[in-house]
Write a protein that binds this ligand. Structure first.
Ligand SMILES: Nc1nc2c(ncn2[C@@H]2O[C@H](COP(=O)(O)OP(=O)(O)OP(=O)(O)O)[C@@H](O)[C@H]2O)c(=O)[nH]1
Ligand SMILES: [Mg+2]
Length: 197
């Protein structure tokens, strides 16, 4: 496992609270409980950097992390939490709109989907929103530890087709055992820091 340095920068929602940095940035977006915070922890091999948990709605604000002194990962609140009808991808996108619009160093969206589930309308919307905002889209398919290899491959095909994305941009990961995380980290680095490769 490669070592990565990770530092919590700050947590906020308003533009005035975003960290003043022009390092390339990737936002982790996805349905509530899909595994965004656990994935950030797994990518940098830390247990409790980002706050993860079994109750949906754990992440409330944008949380910014400085990674290896050269890029920023942003953990976003989840959308689609059933008991909170304000949390559809559309409402979420509106809330996040200034961030997508006025954060020039934001380069990529890691769309986090639960590997056992078919993408829903919210995921499709979020993916389109990312494209519309000219972000590179990388899909992280989480919880693959709960799937057989053949089920994982089938679901990967469905996710690619539903999101109109190439299968090569979908990265299966198991955040608990840290399977697939180095490949995903490498891809994010490639997108955010193309010249360094
Ligand atoms: N088995 C398994 N469980 C996972 C994996 N990734 C996340 N989980 C579990 O899924 C639950 C939700 O994980 P979080 O990382 O908090 O999800 P989130 O997307 O950040 O959720 P919100 O902040 O509420 O939007 C937790 O109980 C995690 O332990 C995985 O790869 N495998
Ligand atoms: Mg979270």
């Amino acid at each position: 496992m490669q070592y990565h340095e990770a530092e919590f920068l700050l947590s906020g929602a308003q533009q005035s609270q975003w960290p003043a940095s022009d390092l390339p940035e990737a936002v982790f977006a996805g349905r509530s409980n899909a595994g965004k915070s656990s994935l950030i922890n797994a990518l940098v091999n830390r247990k409790n950097l980002a706050y993860a948990g079994s109750t949906p709605g754990k992440t409330r604000l944008l949380n910014f992390y400085l990674i290896d002194q050269k890029m920023i990962f942003t953990d976003a609140p989840g959308y689609g939490y059933a008991r909170d009808n304000r949390s559809s991808a559309e409402t979420f996108a509106k809330l996040m709109d200034p961030y997508f619009r006025y954060r020039p160093n934001l380069k990529a969206m890691v769309l986090v989907v639960d590997g056992r589930r078919k993408p829903n309308q919210d995921d499709i919307l979020m993916c389109e929103y990312g494209r519309h905002s000219h972000l590179a889209i990388i899909v992280a398919m989480t919880k693959t530890d709960k799937l057989s290899r053949s089920a994982m491959l089938t679901n990967k095909r469905v996710i690619a087709s539903d999101l109109s994305i190439s299968e090569s941009q979908i990265f299966p990961v198991d955040s608990l055992k840290k399977q697939g995380t180095e490949e995903l980290f490498g891809r994010i680095e490639q997108v955010l820091l193309p010249k360094a490769q």
